[in-house]
Ligand binder design. Structure first.
Ligand SMILES: N[C@@H](CCC(=O)N[C@@H](CS)C(=O)NCC(=O)O)C(=O)O
Length: 207
């Protein structure tokens, strides 16, 4: 039995939900996080002392950190094509997953909180501009990669890396500002749209 702890409006929870869709895994999900049960409850902290969602419990194996959960689920539940075992192919998938979780995530954070979430703590116009500039720079890197990769971020086949990167695109398109045209990114988004997991957990209007 697989249990996923976390509300489905969270981008990091949606990574896990999309991965389960790709793997054909059944699960039950409980709503935790802001607006639902508090991750500060002792029973939650016992699973993840960082008080963050998502967390999974797979037959007694408890794990947090969304990208690590994706890797585990693919390795444990027959996802060899999503997460190849050959060291170089696997490293290429890891590279893009880590890029999303670190550089890309950090770049968009201020602008997204300001322009989409309307956070009163993110009202500094200069910091918004810096964030947008940095985010756009990383998206140009993605554009360049997709122009020559063969269709997906880590190569010609869909892999785990397309899940965090694909969900990140939703934020890119949902943020109101003058985006440069990135045709390979747009074509990639259209390609992801053909996957049920993306339609259910990515392009469903939630950013
Ligand atoms: N590095 C973590 C980040 C997790 C994270 O930031 N989760 C947010 C939701 S997207 C959270 O738990 N927020 C607190 C809450 O909702 O209570 C991961 O990738 O799993």
């Amino acid at each position: 039995m697989l249990t996923i702890y976390g509300k489905d409006s969270s981008i990091n929870v949606r990574k896990v939900l999309w991965a389960c869709a790709e793997l054909g895994l059944d699960y039950v999900r409980e709503d935790w996080g802001v607006g639902f049960r508090s991750t500060r409850e002792p029973s939650f902290l016992a699973m993840n002392p960082n008080a963050m969602i998502p967390v999974i419990d797979d037959d007694g194996f408890v794990l947090w950190e969304s990208n690590s959960i994706l890797r585990y689920l693919a390795a444990q539940h027959g996802g060899a094509s999503l997460y190849p075992s050959a060291p170089r192919e696997r490293a290429r998938v890891d590279q893009w997953m880590d890029w999303q979780a670190s550089d890309l995530n950090r770049a968009w954070s201020y602008a997204f909180m300001s322009l989409v979430r309307k956070s009163p703590l993110h009202g500094d116009a200069r910091q918004v501009a810096t964030s947008l500039e940095s985010w756009t720079g990383f998206m140009r890197v993605l554009e360049q990669q997709l122009q020559g990769s063969g269709g997906y971020v880590a190569g010609s086949a869909f892999t785990l890396a397309d899940i965090p990167v694909g969900l990140s695109l939703v934020r890119w398109f949902a943020t109101p500002f003058e985006r440069p045209a990135l045709p390979a990114v747009q074509a990639y988004c259209d390609r992801l749209e053909q996957r049920e997991g993306f339609r259910k957990f990515g392009s469903n209007g939630m950013a």
